[in-house]
Design a protein around this ligand. Structure first.
Ligand code: FAD
Length: 440
């Protein structure tokens, strides 16, 4: 094909599809290339798509239920020790209104649906016959000429464009090839996510998790879940399944010689989890690398002449305890990348300065503001006192606080002092308190 595109997007994940939607709406001629059999076929996510950018891409998306499973109105953070759980639980009908604070998605279904919406937008654009989503193609190289990205190579074939959006996800080989991720990313900055999808009779699921209509729940877990490995657990309710999984530090797994699926089985045996999944049938198992959210592994520069990097390829992710935010960052960064490229086209200038506008917009957006503001919280989550000792201490306190055994009841502060003594030192908690104060 000799034709030149305005833009070639590599990767039809959340970032790439969001960029494509914006480009179609802006009447740009583009090619979106995906190595999987269809968009979503290679993708794994817990996953809650937080925030409401989806409504920008597909207005009134909640009127169709094709792409998403449930909206979140119930959040829970649970500390686990061997026998007990202690939760912070928040549920509100305030979250029942569209556009929601978050929707649960299964990526193979969601990405496919979003790709169909992009196809519809292409069909309405001036380039109905000239813009494409092309699956089953692996981009092997970004073609550069005099420091400017000019196209891509797949096998023997080359395709050319004024601009390239790299949206290849966390395994960012092309980002490295163009020299933007120049430093080696050590294993302690990467986690592996493992997840099972467990099916229930829909009524059983709705009764067990107190779901009503399309409402859903997200539950994060700290402590026993990871069997001493740095990381945490999650449970999200889909339509008639749950996503149950863990994110686990790669370095820690290696050093402690544990396999991710063994840790997941350990998590499932916890009595509280066993009660939640009783009677369910595992219908899918998947695993995927995920960034830690540590800013130190983000490429400093996310652009070159004719090229920008977005989504998790740029390590845009945050897990500061409240939620994993990767898909909403991918969506917003894809939107910002497409906006910068559309402006570049208007000015007829795809040079380095024009592409820099993308990174400036990203710095001004909630993504970089949050990543910068909450780095201490990200590091706190990797502190073993926080992930191991604190959950044990909290559950120990809970066991005493909620016990009634026909003996005189000690004051709560006495119970707390006892729990601290059994699980941590005041010095450790003091240091954690200082870090926590900074983090929040
Ligand atoms: C277990 C787990 C749970 C998670 N939970 C959540 C959650 O609850 N909420 C949340 O917001 N985030 C969550 N995340 C993170 C989230 O999934 C990612 O941050 C998000 O998918 C990043 O989107 P992306 O579009 O940048 O990359 P991806 O979704 O990874 O998409 C990249 C696409 O590019 C394609 N591709 C890659 N290289 C090439 C190539 N050379 N040629 C052609 N195509 C290519 C891939 O096949 C893929 O389709 C979770 C991740 C994991 C692993």
């Amino acid at each position: 094909m000799d034709e030149k595109f305005d833009c070639i997007i590599v990767g039809a994940g959340v970032a790439g599809l969001s960029a494509a939607m914006m480009l179609a709406r802006a009447n740009m001629k583009f090619l979106l290339i995906e190595k999987g059999e269809f968009p979503g076929s290679k993708n794994v996510s817990g996953g809650v798509l937080w925030g409401n950018d989806l409504a920008k891409l597909v207005p009134n998306y909640w009127e169709e239920d094709a792409g998403w499973d449930r909206f979140i109105n119930h959040r829970r953070l649970t500390f686990l020790d061997e026998e007990s759980s202690f939760s912070i639980d928040f549920k509100s009908s305030h979250f029942n209104e569209a556009p929601y604070t978050g929707v649960v998605v299964l990526r193979s279904k969601f990405d496919r649906w979003l790709a169909e919406k992009v196809e519809e937008a292409i069909a309405e654009s001036d380039f109905a016959m000239d813009s494409f989503i092309a699956p089953n193609i692996l981009v092997e190289e970004i073609l550069m000429e005099d420091g400017k990205a000019v196209g891509i190579r797949t096998g023997e074939e080359k395709f050319f464009a004024d601009s390239i959006i790299i949206a290849e996800g966390v395994n960012n080989l092309l980002t490295r090839q163009v020299g933007l991720q120049d430093k080696y990313v050590p294993a302690d900055h990467m986690l592996t996510g493992v997840k099972e999808i467990i099916r229930f009779d829909q009524n059983v699921l709705e009764d067990r998790f107190q779901l009503n209509g399309n409402s859903g729940m997200s539950n994060e877990f700290v402590g026993f879940a990871t069997n001493g490995i740095e990381g945490g657990g999650f449970l999200y309710t889909n339509k008639d399944t749950i996503s149950l999984g863990l994110v686990l530090g790669l370095k820690d797994l290696r050093e402690k010689e544990q396999a991710p699926y063994d840790v997941l089985n350990h998590f499932k045996k916890h009595p509280v989890i066993a009660d939640m999944i009783r009677g369910g049938e595992v219908v899918e198992y998947s695993a995927h690398i995920v960034s830690s959210g540590d800013k130190r592994v983000m490429p400093e520069k996310l652009y070159k002449a004719g090229l920008v990097i977005c989504g998790e390829a740029a390590n845009l992710l945050m897990n500061a305890g409240k939620a994993i935010q990767g898909m909403d960052y991918a969506m917003r960064s894809g939107i910002l990348a497409a906006e910068a490229i559309t402006k570049a086209k208007e000015k007829g200038d795809f040079g380095e300065e024009a592409m820099k506008a993308y990174q400036t917009a990203l710095e001004d957006s909630y993504i970089m503001k949050d990543i910068n503001n909450f780095q201490d919280a990200v590091h706190l989550l990797h502190d073993p006192v926080m992930t191991q000792k604190v959950p044990n201490l909290i559950c120990d306190f809970g066991r005493n606080f909620f016990s009634i055994n026909n003996e005189p009841t000690p004051k709560s502060r006495t119970m707390l002092r006892g729990a601290i003594k059994r699980h941590a030192s005041y010095w450790e908690l003091f240091k954690l308190g200082i870090k926590g104060g900074k983090a929040l």
